[in-house]
Design a binder for this molecule. Sequence first.
Ligand code: DLZ
Length: 155
Amino acid sequence: MSGAGAPRLEIDGTGIRVVVVAASWHTQVMDGLLAGTRRALAAAGVTDVTEVRVPGSFELPVAASRAAAAGADAVVALGVVIRGGTPHFDYVCSAATSGLTDVTVRTGVPVGFGLLTCDDEAQALDRAGLEGSNEDKGAEAAEAAVATVVALRAL
Ligand code: DLZ
């Protein structure tokens, strides 16, 4: 999927409670995603931020679900899954994606989707918001989650 066409969001996240749930596989990429999320939340004025680490991306939905039940206004879910030689990749990606979708639709709490699903580590590093990366998916996920909280207030 191309990153071209991404919106530039102006968001005021003052007073919003955000929980960041982050997997632990692929440390360098995860460090970049987390840093991008922190930068974006700070830029949006979000000061109430809790970070929770889980083992892998498969565990993101249950953590997001608990965060929503505990009163988060928005959740940012971060993870990196790199394709290997078995179908395991597809199962983890599918479970994480459908699980996070279920959480956001069921609870009404916006979930920023910061799950990278890549063929190799180079693709992931290019999206991790690190020096030399072309994209900053951690920041994008945080901005999307906060912007959606603001958007839903109009309904
Ligand atoms: C098992 C596994 C593998 C092979 N690869 C990844 C990965 O690239 N990224 C990731 O976030 N998690 C991976 N996992 C771990 C699973 O998400 C999960 O933590 C385990 O299957 C235990 O439930």
